[in-house]
Structures are given as C-alpha cells and as structure tokens.
Write a protein that binds this ligand. Structure first.
Ligand code: 1CP
Length: 346
C-alpha cells in the first residue's frame, strides 16, 4: 500500500531479468502462524474463505510477516467443489473429508457446473480486495483433476491412491467423464480468478506423482494440456504454474504442456531437471524439513538450490512442498531475508 509494486515474481515467471530472486512459500498462510490459529478459533476453514475481509487478512499475513514477493489466495483446493455438490469439511489435523465420495457415473453426473459469480462470489471479492491492498502479485490457484479426484474417490487424504487408480483402470469412461468435469471446473474457476485480478495461477496436482509416466501420458496429460491451453487463451499475460509432489519422473511430460513455470519438489535437483531438457521457468525446491535444521545448514542448502536455480533467468525460490503446521515463522523470515540478500549481490 503506497509502496512501489514489486513485480519481481512475475518477471521471473516470464524469464525476465530480476534484481534478486523472488521468494514465496506454498502454504505460507496457515497453522504455523499464531495469528492464523487465533482466527481459526473463531471461524471454520470455510467461514474464513467465505468472508472476504478475513480471508484477505489471512492472505496478507505472510506477506507482511515474511516479506515474500507474492501472495497466494487463501482458499483450499476443495473450495470450488463444495458448491458443485461435494459435501466436504476441512477437519483439523486431517484435511478435507468428504461425506459423499464418488463411485458411479451417476455420482459424477450429479456434480454441477461451477458458476463462479454465483457459487463463489466471496473468492472473487477477496481477490478484488487484495488487489487494492497488496503491493506484491496475487497468485490464484486451483487443484488439478487427478488430485481433486483422489479426494473425491478416497473420501479424504490417502497414501496409496489405490481406489483412485483402481477407478481409473477399471472404469475408463467414467474416469474420463470425471476428468472432463473437473477440468471444466478448474478452467472456469481460474478464468474467474484471472478476471477478478489474479496475476498468476498455480495448479496443484500434489498427488499425481502416484502415477507412472506412461499412465500420466495416457490418462492425465491430455486433460492438463487442455486446461493450460484454455488458460493461455483467456489471458496470455497471466503466467501459469504447475506443481506436483514426488513427480520427478513426470517432468519430461510436464515440459511438453503449455504451462509457463514448473514447481518441483526436493527429490530431484534443479541441475538434474535442466539436464532432462526442461526449459521452462522453475520454482522450488528446498526440502521443507530443512526448516527444522540448524540455520547454518538450512542456509547452506538454500544456497545450493539458489546457485543452481539462479544460473538461468526464470527462477523462483520456494520449498519443494508446503510449509507444515509446526514450522517456525521466524525461520521462514530469516530464510526469506537470506535469499534476498544473497541473490541481490549475485
Ligand atoms: O498460503 C497458502 O498456501 C494457503 C492456501 C492453501 C492452499 C494453496 C490451503 C489452505 N490449501 C491449499 C492447497 C491444498 N489443499 C493442496 C495443494 C497443496 C499441497 O499439496 O500442499 C492440498 C493437497 C490440499 C488438501 C488439504 N487441505 C490438506 C492436505 C491433506 C492431505 O491429503 O494430506 C489439508 C491439511 C487441507 C486443509 C487446509 N488447507 C489450507 C489450510 C491452511 C489447511 C489447514 C486447515 C485448518 O486450518 O484447519
């Protein structure tokens, strides 16, 4: 507010020159912050979501506390599914729990179209409010069809995704109908976010690494290509980011998608990613567990990541996955300062 707008993150997404490496963290707003926990005592997760003033406040908290170069809309990948007929609650200590899991074509056909202006007006209002308040770019986001389907089919968090994959293998037509429906929701939802002012969009496919590269090619890649193409056609200037955990074996497939930035986890180094021929902008990829390491070690490892990432234009510092609930906010602040200081001198 009043400050000069910081577009370093957007420049890095576009592979432009930057004065220093921009930083933000997946799950930068949430349980590790005492202020968030205090707000959560008064409101349920979806009550925060549905109240633009509170939702904008929660979104801004990490920007103000950590000095990160981007804000991410405070919502959940389940947010757009509630209004289309999914009976979902966010349960403390577990995550999304679904009372009516999907198992038949009838269940899929019952999922309604998303009409963002009518179904999630509070999200669009939060975005508009944040654009007045923020002096860093606002990232909108959505879950990706495979990851959303995993919750819909399993009924909640899963380890093996057996039912999800079993469904995919044994009911290919129903599976495709589900992918199509969720792709439509994703595109409609993200288009509405972009129209309301989201300056970049990230698609979270957190659990798609459960698939082999061959299954990804067969069952998922065409859907993801369609999503990113539709987003490009909506607004060519809004960068798109694709994230998955445990997905190193899928990077060559991802590199073929019409997406701008790949967000990678820590199981592969940035040098290795580039050696695969991946030529997109990259985001990542410090192991979040290092937030629990002595700060000297954390710094050393962050430096290694940065030295690899920043050797080419198009690099954004982030963790390889989200901040966990018992992370220390002060460590995140020191890490952010370190990345800024170190890379300003490069
Ligand atoms: O700053 C931010 O990033 C916060 C906004 C945000 C985002 C981007 C939240 C709030 N959720 C998400 C995305 C999300 N939700 C993903 C993709 C990112 C990732 O892989 O981490 C996933 C898989 C979910 C599903 C989900 N929702 C989980 C994980 C469960 C599992 O399968 O292991 C959990 C714990 C939630 C609830 C949730 N969402 C967000 C918060 C802060 C919380 C904690 C709930 C609470 O306050 O009680």
């Amino acid at each position: 507010m009043g400050k000069k707008f910081n577009d370093t993150f957007l420049k890095a997404c576009r592979k432009e020159e930057v004065p220093y490496v921009p930083v933000w963290y997946m799950r930068q707003a949430g349980r590790y912050q005492p202020e968030y926990r205090a707000i959560r005592e008064r409101y349920s997760f979806f009550e925060i979501n549905e109240n633009p003033e509170v939702c904008a406040e929660v979104t801004r908290l990490p920007v103000e506390q950590l000095g990160v170069d981007a804000a991410i809309l405070f919502a959940d990948i389940m947010t757009p599914l509630k209004p289309i007929g999914v009976d979902v609650e966010i349960v403390e200590g577990i995550g999304p729990v679904i009372a009516n899991p999907v198992s038949t074509i009838h269940d899929i056909q019952k999922l309604k179209d998303l009409a963002p202006e009518k179904d999630v007006p509070y999200i669009l209002d939060t975005i508009k409010l944040l654009r007045e308040q923020l002096d860093v770019p606002l990232i909108g986001f959505s879950g990706a069809p495979f990851t959303l389907a995993s919750y819909l089919i399993e009924g909640g968090p899963s380890k093996g995704y057996y039912k999800t994959k079993g469904f995919m293998y044994s009911k290919p037509e129903e599976w495709q109908a589900l992918m199509d429906r969720l792709a439509e929701v994703t595109v409609t939802y993200l288009q509405a976010q972009i129209r309301s002012g989201a300056q970049a969009v990230q698609v979270f496919d957190s659990w798609v690494g459960a698939l082999s590269a061959e299954d990804y090619r067969r069952y998922i890649a065409p859907t993801m290509a369609r999503i990113f193409k539709a987003l490009k056609e909506t607004e060519t200037t809004v960068p798109s980011i694709y994230f998955g955990s445990g997905s190193s074996h899928l990077l060559e497939e991802w590199n073929k998608l019409p997406v701008d930035v790949l967000s990678i986890d820590w199981r592969i180094s940035i040098e290795q990613v580039r050696a695969l021929g991946v030529d997109k902008a990259l985001q990542g990829n410090l192991d979040p567990s290092l937030l629990l390491a002595p700060f000297e070690l954390l710094k050393e490892r962050a430096k290694e990541v940065i030295d690899q990432g920043a050797s080419r234009p198009g690099y954004i510092f982030n963790l390889g996955h989200g901040v966990f609930p018992f992370a220390n906010g002060e460590t995140l602040k020191k890490l952010t300062d370190y990345v800024h200081d170190y890379t300003s001198k490069m």
